[in-house]
Write a protein that binds this ligand. Structure first.
Ligand SMILES: Cc1cc2nc3c(=O)[nH]c(=O)nc-3n(C[C@H](O)[C@H](O)[C@H](O)COP(=O)(O)O)c2cc1C
Length: 330
């Protein structure tokens, strides 16, 4: 099957290449986001990371990105109703992003309806993160334009299904599907396009770039690690998170206690548990970013580590992917 780098996604968003730098707490620094957009893909802002880790008020952070590129950028909106304060903050963030010219939004973890209605009014596009068909059905009913399909090789909170299984179960919706997870090199990129995906969303590959402001030992760990050393831990956010097995991870283990597991399941306490774990995870990652990586940190990464062999510039990564895809057609 021929691959085209011009896809339903690139046409809808108005970018050159079907490559998204996914939102990452804590790794999404403005320079990384801008570099991906400038190289022809699209970088996506993680607002909490911008503010709590990188020290920008949202408006200033977006201005910083705009000072580095004139090209489109996106923003992640966590729509889960964890607290009124969070929802208020997210609604304000969407308004600010729209004012600053952002027209691509990726919603996660809840009902995207209010984001769709705010963004559509401004002529923008909303994609929703999904790991299974039941979540996709709801999101499509609420009017999203495309789906970010998070598979079982992804960094961050991985899904349970393979890229092929997700594609097969979601293609009937007829919206552009983006493959999130397991894209580390040119071959992975081409394979995803050949499967029928309209683009890829990468996290781990972009951490190991010069523009990402993470510490060198984290980047080097991505280069050095093999996928057999990627493990899922519940100890950071309470739900399985894909991280590199370090001596620290081995030492503390990857499971939460039986009591925590019970409290996560029980409807009355679930919300509080998620808030508590979310808050401590934010603090943990913020701390590790400011004070330098060490084996005491959780280094999030996906299974594509096996295909990442050096720290490169964002432009080089994107250029290699695109020229390999073009060559594959000849
Ligand atoms: C360090 C890290 C942090 C992440 N944080 C977030 C996040 O805050 N919100 C989100 O929607 N996805 C998050 N993700 C998922 C990425 O946006 C992307 O979907 C994923 O990394 C793709 O898999 P890959 O790492 O194999 O490329 C994170 C991923 C990583 C590696």
């Amino acid at each position: 099957m021929p691959v085209s780098i011009e896809t339903a996604f690139t046409k809808q968003i108005g970018v050159k290449y079907p490559i998204i730098c996914g939102p990452m707490y804590p790794c999404s620094n403005p320079e990384l986001i801008a570099a991906v957009s400038e190289a022809g893909g699209i970088g996506v802002v993680q607002p909490l990371s911008l503010m709590y880790v990188h020290g920008y008020e949202l408006h200033d952070g977006l201005q910083k990105i705009k000072s580095l590129t004139n090209r489109p950028f996106g923003m992640n909106v966590i729509v889960e109703k964890s607290s009124e304060k969070h929802e208020k903050y997210m609604r304000k963030s969407v308004d600010i992003a729209l004012e600053e010219g952002c027209r691509f939004f990726i919603t996660s973890l809840g009902n995207p309806q209010w984001v769709v209605s705010a963004v559509k009014k401004a002529g923008g596009i909303v994609y929703h993160d999904v790991t299974a068909r039941k979540w996709a059905e709801k999101a499509i009913d609420h009017g999203v334009d495309g789906l970010i399909c998070v598979n079982n090789r992804a960094g961050g909170h991985a899904g349970a299904h393979s890229a092929q299984e997700l594609f097969d179960s979601l293609k009937s919706f007829g919206v552009p599907l983006i493959c999130a997870g397991g894209i580390g090199n040119e071959e992975d990129f081409i394979n995803a396009l050949k499967m029928g995906y309209a683009g890829v969303q990468m996290g781990t590959r972009f951490i190991a770039t010069k523009e990402c402001s993470e510490k060198d030992d984290y980047k080097q760990a991505i280069v050095d690690t093999n996928e057999k050393d990627i493990v899922l831990t519940e100890r950071v956010t309470g739900i399985p998170l894909s991280v590199i097995r370090t001596p620290y991870v081995e030492h503390v283990g990857t499971k939460i206690s039986p009591l925590s597991r019970f409290l996560f399941k029980y409807p009355l306490t679930k919300k509080w548990m998620r808030m508590w774990y979310g808050f401590t995870a934010m603090r943990k990652f913020k701390h590790s970013n400011l004070y330098g990586g060490s084996s005491k940190d959780y280094w999030q990464a996906g299974k594509c580590v096996s295909h990442i062999h050096s720290v490169e510039s964002v432009a080089d990564v994107i250029e290699k992917f695109v020229s390999a895809a073009k060559k594959d057609n000849n």
